[in-house]
Design a protein around this ligand. Structure first.
Ligand code: AMP
Ligand code: GLY
Length: 424
């Protein structure tokens, strides 16, 4: 089988490595992939948002199955365009990808179908938003409606900060048209859990839970990033919480999307907060999370391609999705300075011994060399029989990887360990 994976980050590398385990896979193309992915797939210089070229490539190369991984092409309708040409795909169609593409849509969906989430108001004009903030509870959370490279959320601790956030989104358009409409919502507290789930629109099968580490610096300090590391499973996601999520969030979401005529097929990502009032949805994503995928897929024991195709064929109910009982930890090595300014072009050395544990996100090839080319450069994932073992193995493996100006957090999994000690 010839497979095409759209995207070019650590998530896509993890997906490709897992797909390769299927013996029927003869070739994998990554569009655009990256210098590290080039070890495991044929990289094709077509951007993930260039839908027309993606479709032409798939048709011209007799692609048997396509996986569209990033949010942008999904929201732009890549799956619709590929399916129109008869290409089988993993990923939601445009009308379902809106669950991530528009926060106004997802908040209204949750309200309409009684799915627990933070209380909120929607604004399309700046005056009403500012007026509302005169009496809104503080802290508050201001969110741009559309995609904003994962940066469209501002937590405001004072009224002035909240007003500044509104002005920067609606007036200065720091997130472009994404900020034309905004959501202002209640600030929730509690441990955060990421749950990715396969759904074919009929059944939903959650994967092992995970915990992201979004801030740049240790102890959750510093700026928000695309994710500096992950662990799985997440100790805050107990059996009771999982059961409650299934009943009050997962199944109702699948049903709600069906009722709206927007059946969701693919990987639905639930960003959850476990509050004192029970689990609530912080955000939906219409795709595998990054870097959650780098800890979740290594724990998947079932064949990924078989599971993905059962989602496409709507036979997920009859397909086993099994995860190992173990733990995984992924530490991201970034270019020093990220998410601000950073330098690139440094040679990356990866010891052969740990190559299978490395997922490359921001690197390009230069002859035989691999050079850094992005903020988040790579992730190193290791497994263990306990969370502590997985964390230690991951940091040990990271020592076998090096590049100049590498920066990584030293405390990935620390919060999870503290939580699991509390649960015991
Ligand atoms: P992002 O990945 O940029 O969408 O950031 C979302 C992050 O903002 C979440 O992981 C939470 O930590 C935080 N956040 C979003 N909404 C809320 C909320 N209503 N209450 C508290 N924190 C929130
Ligand atoms: N890790 C969060 C995301 O993929 O958006």
């Amino acid at each position: 089988m010839k497979i095409m994976v759209v995207g070019g980050g650590g998530r896509e590398h993890a997906i490709i490595k897992k797909l390769k385990e299927n013996k029927n896979v003869t070739e994998i193309f990554a569009l655009p992939g990256n210098g590290g992915i080039a070890k495991d797939a044929t990289c094709v210089d077509i951007g993930a948002k260039d839908i027309e070229k993606i479709v032409d490539f798939a048709v011209g190369n007799n692609i048997d199955y396509a996986v569209v991984a990033p949010d942008d092409p999904l929201v732009l309708g890549a799956v619709d365009a590929l399916e129109d040409k008869g290409i089988k795909c993993f990923g939601p169609r445009k009308n379902a990808a809106i669950i991530e593409g528009s926060k106004v849509f997802s908040k209204n969906l949750m309200k309409k179908y009684g799915i627990p989430t933070a209380k909120y108001e929607v604004f399309s004009d700046i005056e009403s938003a500012l007026k509302y903030l005169d009496s809104a509870p503080i802290p508050t959370v201001v969110k741009a409606d559309g995609l904003a490279l994962g940066k469209g959320v501002i937590i405001a601790n004072t009224r002035d900060e909240a007003k500044d956030a509104v002005r920067s989104m609606m007036e200065d358009k720091i997130f472009g048209e994404s900020g034309s409409n905004i959501v202002i919502e209640e600030f929730l507290t509690g441990p955060e859990v990421s749950v990715l789930a396969f759904t074919d629109g009929k059944v939903i099968k959650p994967m092992v839970s995970s915990m992201d580490h979004k801030r740049a610096r240790d102890n959750d300090e510093g700026l928000n990033t695309g994710g500096m590391g992950t662990v799985a499973p997440n100790p805050a996601y107990t059996k009771e919480v999982a059961d409650e999520c299934m009943e009050k969030i997962f199944i109702p979401t699948v049903k709600a999307m069906n009722a709206e005529g927007r059946t969701f097929k693919g990987c639905l990502y639930f960003g959850l907060m476990i509050t004192d009032d029970g689990p609530k949805v912080i955000e939906y994503n219409c795709r595998f999370g990054d870097p959650e995928t780098q800890v979740v897929l290594p724990l998947l024991e079932s064949d990924l391609l078989t599971v993905m195709m059962s989602v496409t064929n709507e036979t997920l109910g009859e397909t086993e999705v099994k995860f190992s009982d173990g733990y995984a930890c992924c530490v991201i090595a970034a270019s020093d300075g990220y998410p601000g300014k950073y330098e690139t072009g440094f040679e990356i050395s990866i010891d052969k011994e740990v190559e299978d544990k490395v997922y490359v996100a921001g690197a390009k090839k230069d002859g035989d060399k691999l050079l850094t080319s992005g903020g988040r450069v790579l992730g190193v994932t290791a497994k263990g029989n306990t969370l502590e073992e997985a964390i230690n193995n991951s940091y040990k493996a990271l020592k076998k990887v090096s590049f100049k100006n590498a920066y990584y957090r030293k405390d990935i999994g620390k919060k999870a360990l503290e939580l699991s000690n509390k649960e015991d």
